[in-house]
Design a protein around this ligand. Structure first.
Ligand code: FAD
Length: 321
């Protein structure tokens, strides 16, 4: 294996966290295996983004043209097909994001590459690629060893790796020649913003997450006030979203979002594996539950066995900004 090729992901001129998560992961893998990390940045007027990336890879492959200004599957696919074939990259990494999920399968089909999607981890053992994936809706983590191939394509689940890349150095910049574009059947038109009330819980440093233990929708405001007081963002378990007490965009877990905040405070959440799958990589987990046997305590760093209605005022007083 010689090169890991990371596809940089960005939106509105801003690199997305998944790009740095993949770079962090790729650099850790190459440090053990003497491979090179290359980043492919497609965009228009992308000098500022390129500057942010150049310390974190060996090669920075740049294509700066209007066709790839925003993510769009047809032009991206045509560029990737050319680059991957020319460079013979051993491992191609994309985020398991809306863009990565859209792009990886047709790329794999066109180039005949083995594709493993939604990986929680990827490692190399005696030249064999091993990947960690969740099966049975997140109930079991399965480690899979792939047959030897010259090239592999993997999508990495966002939030599974830290986004702080530990590497110094300057990349060689390589200008990528655009392919001979063939017809685009789809074109980027515009970004349609999510409703104003929506927040991106994956970007929050502190999450206060509320579960069914809150009892009724009128009680959500208590947790909301607590979150505001400590500068946190509100998230929830699935029943709270299913009942419509908070929007679906706030749900943490296998059928919601995977989060990796600095602090995750779980209030009245039992900690079913589907929930844990979305939050267990938080740096610090604090759980409040009146049931000492609640599974959330298996992943919590700090646990408070008690009634959340009594505990919240105490936490609020101690930690309010
Ligand atoms: C295919 C599939 C996908 C799923 N995806 C998700 C997902 O993405 N996210 C998710 O969260 N779930 C998901 N679930 C549901 C999951 O299995 C659990 O049912 C759910 O996480 C439970 O939510 P909860 O912990 O809020 O509720 P409960 O399991 O009902 O737990 C409530 C907890 O609150 C505690 N409690 C009650 N009152 C108080 C009080 N006054 N003070 C303190 N503690 C109190 C109780 O002891 C209990 O532990 C999924 C399920 C399936 C089948």
């Amino acid at each position: 294996m010689e090169e890991i090729l990371v596809l940089a992901e960005h939106r509105k001129g801003m690199l997305r966290d998944i790009t740095f998560e993949m770079l962090n992961f790729a650099n850790a893998l190459t440090s053990q295996n003497r491979m090179k990390v290359s980043v492919l940045l497609l965009g228009e007027d992308n000098a500022a983004m390129a500057e942010r990336l150049e310390n974190f890879c060996d090669n920075l492959l740049l294509l700066d043209c209007p066709e790839v200004a925003n993510y769009s599957p047809d032009p991206y696919l045509q560029v990737l097909e050319k680059v991957v074939q020319e460079r013979k990259s051993s491992l191609i990494l994309m985020g398991h994001t809306a863009a990565g999920m859209d792009l990886a399968p047709p790329l794999a089909a066109r180039l005949g590459l083995p594709l493993v999607s939604d990986c929680l981890d990827v490692s190399l053992r005696n030249e064999h690629l091993e990947v960690l994936r969740q099966i049975y809706g997140g109930k079991i983590n399965a480690k899979l060893r792939l047959k030897p191939f010259d090239q592999y394509l993997c999508t990495l689940r966002p939030g599974c790796f830290s986004a702080s890349v530990n590497r110094e150095g300057s990349a060689d910049k390589v200008m990528v020649e655009p392919p001979h574009w063939s017809e685009f059947r789809r074109r980027f038109v515009e970004y349609v913003e999510a409703e104003l009330a929506d927040v991106d819980i994956t970007a929050a440093d502190i999450l206060v997450s509320v579960g069914r233990g809150i009892g009724k929708p009128e009680n959500i405001s208590l947790v909301e006030e607590f979150a505001d007081a400590i500068g946190a963002t509100l998230s929830c378990s699935r029943p709270v979203a299913d009942k419509g007490w908070l929007p679906k965009s706030r749900q943490v877990g296998t059928s919601g979002k995977t989060v990796r905040p600095k602090v995750y405070i779980a209030l009245g959440i039992s900690g079913a594996f589907q929930h844990q799958a979305g939050m267990k990589n938080a740096e610090t987990i604090i759980a409040v539950n009146k049931d000492v046997k609640a599974p959330i305590f298996n992943v919590a760093h700090y646990g408070i066995v008690g009634d959340l209605f009594q505990v919240i005022p105490v936490l609020k007083e101690k930690f309010a900004r």
